[in-house]
Design a protein around this ligand. Structure first.
Ligand code: 5GP
Length: 112
């Protein structure tokens, strides 16, 4: 089994985080070092959806980036955020530090 990352521990509530959204498939929480007034991280919760990085996607996990993007879009709508950036850091050279696929959501607009 792959090593459990920091985001496994946040997902499993072993490490605290400020959770802003959760359903059966996805968890979203505030980035601890925000680079914008709103800086969130979206992760897939199910073990079957775990993939370390975009670089590791397979047929089995190809749906995961779209799942995260869709939840981010719905989150923005629900919070009246009209402009935002979505980013995947890919690999160490792409600035990725945590090898549990996550979508960065950044906006100049603050959430309540
Ligand atoms: P990456 O560079 O891997 O794409 O992004 C990892 C992100 O996780 C970084 O933006 C970093 O600030 C954030 N981060 C690192 N440690 C923690 C933590 O303990 N809690 C939370 N909420 N975010 C973290």
């Amino acid at each position: 089994m792959a090593e459990r990352t920091l985001f496994h521990k946040i997902r499993d509530r072993e490490i605290p985080a400020t959770v802003v959204y959760e359903d059966d498939d996805v968890l979203a929480f505030k980035d601890i070092h925000p680079k914008a007034p709103t800086h969130l991280l979206f992760i897939a919760k199910k073990d079957a959806d775990f993939v370390p990085s975009i670089d590791d996607l397979s047929e089995k996990t190809a749906h995961v980036p779209l799942l995260l993007i869709r939840k981010a879009q719905q989150f923005a709508k629900e919070h009246d955020i009209s402009g935002y950036q979505l980013r995947f850091h890919v690999g160490k050279g792409g600035g990725q530090e945590v090898f549990y696929l996550h979508l960065h959501f950044l906006s100049e607009q603050k959430i309540d």
